[in-house]
Design a protein around this ligand. Structure first.
Ligand code: ADP
Length: 403
């Protein structure tokens, strides 16, 4: 029997998201999530996608990642999909920060793990949880190949002109301060799927990808290679997000510290957790914001306008970076679902060859689709992202057993 299954793990500081896929046909066998790890009210949601069983939910204290993964393994085993199965080929881990060294998915060895640890100072919120997830999975199946798929890898093709901040080079290099970019797995997948939708090879198209979820980032992809992206040293830079400010004058930090008397940690929390849409209007869910806009709520309207203004600025900037644009692709929770955001983001850009067809834009679908009118020079597309499938594909391509 050939091993064709891949378990994809996305380990956060207090959560683990997982999917088990069968790469013989890229189908999903089970999906789930453990939340609030370390609290009294931890919750495991598990959905088998083979057979007849529906979603199962358990709320019980789950002390740490090891306990979480063991609970996941037990759920999978109950569906006949246990981690001890000879059909499991590998475990693919989402790793947020791969620095400059990891430009592609990598089989995890002791040296690789040590390098991911060396990157903790530049990704203190993310890499420690990813490392814990890897260690736990290794303990559970020491014999199984484990692969790290990095959020930053797709962006390592950015030219120095885009990747460097204009600050003292020696200081920047000493502290590895540069623009790394994130959401790379999604930008890679969506830019390729957009080319497919246009019936072209990725090498032949230039695409602006707008990944608009709770976190949000834009990228400019020329011929399949990323040449610019909006997130930087950390995922704080760029677009307005659910709770993150995106771009601000760095002097805002000095001002809040000197004049506002805030500590660096307080400013960090302000910009990462209490800003963006939530800071502007108290809500970070675009559905709720649109509902409030439709009711004439001023704070929600201003928040929406600021969100769209920034997005439009990035579309224009990336148009200039690419010179020629074949398509703009909207993806992730907001990009895939919020028609008013797509409409407003390209409104008034007809001179750039950009337009959205109202009827096509209103269609709800899980499929990749065009929403621009026939006459438009640039295709505008909605392309659902699938980071788990991309991680599974990259993992399987590296270690899969094709026999
Ligand atoms: P992340 O993976 O960054 O947590 P997602 O890509 O799942 O986020 O996007 C979540 C966001 O998508 C929600 O906060 C909400 O703003 C938005 N969203 C989801 N569904 C809809 C919808 N039907 N209409 C508008 N916005 C939506």
């Amino acid at each position: 029997m050939s091993a064709t299954r891949v378990l994809v793990l996305n380990s956060g500081s207090s959560s683990v998201k997982y999917q088990l896929l069968d790469m013989s046909d890229s189908s999903r066998l089970a999906v789930g999530l453990v939340e609030r790890i370390g609290e009294e009210t931890s919750r495991l949601k598990h959905t088998p996608l083979t057979g007849g069983g529906g979603e199962r939910e358990r709320e019980e204290p789950i002390a740490d990642h090891e306990a979480a993964l063991k609970a996941v393994a037990a759920e999978l085993a109950a569906d006949g999909l246990g981690l001890d199965s000879p059909e499991l080929a590998a475990i693919g881990h989402r790793v947020v920060h791969g620095g400059l060294k990891f430009t592609a998915p990598t089989v995890i060895t002791d040296d690789v793990l040590a390098e991911i640890e060396r990157l903790v100072p530049v990704a203190p919120l993310h890499n420690p949880a990813n490392i814990t997830g890897i260690r736990t999975a290794q303990a559970l199946r020491p014999d199984l190949p484990q692969v790290a798929v990095f959020d930053t890898a797709f962006h390592t093709t950015m030219p120095e002109a885009a990747a460097r901040y204009a600050i003292d080079v020696a200081t920047a290099d000493e502290h590895r301060v540069r623009r790394y970019g994130f959401h790379g797995t999604s930008h890679a997948y969506v830019s390729r799927e957009t080319a497919k939708l246009l019936g072209k090879a990725p090498a032949d198209v230039n695409v602006i990808v707008l990944h608009l979820g709770n976190g949000a980032s834009a990228s400019a992809v020329r011929g399949g290679r990323c040449v610019e992206t909006s997130m930087g040293l950390t995922p704080l830079e760029g677009l307005v997000m659910g709770t993150r400010s995106g771009d601000v004058d760095p002097a805002v930090v000095f001002h809040l510290a000197r004049v506002g008397g805030m500590s660096i940690d307080e400013v960090d929390t302000l910009l990462n957790k209490k800003s963006g849409l939530v800071g502007l209007c108290g809500d970070n869910d675009m559905r709720e914001i649109r509902r409030r806009v439709d009711e004439g709520d001023e704070a929600a309207s201003l928040a929406f306008d600021i969100y769209i203004h920034r997005l439009k600025k990035y579309i224009g900037a990336y148009y200039a970076v690419l010179g020629r644009v074949d398509a703009i692709a909207f993806t992730a929770g907001v990009g895939e679902n919020a028609a008013p955001v797509r409409e407003a983001a390209v409104a008034g850009l007809e001179e750039l060859g950009l337009a959205v067809d109202g009827e096509l834009n209103a269609v709800r679908s899980d499929e990749a689709r065009l929403i621009s009118p026939e006459y438009a020079r640039v295709a505008v597309a909605v392309v659902p992202t699938d980071e788990e499938l991309e991680i599974a594909q990259q993992t399987y391509a590296l270690v899969g057993n094709p026999s």
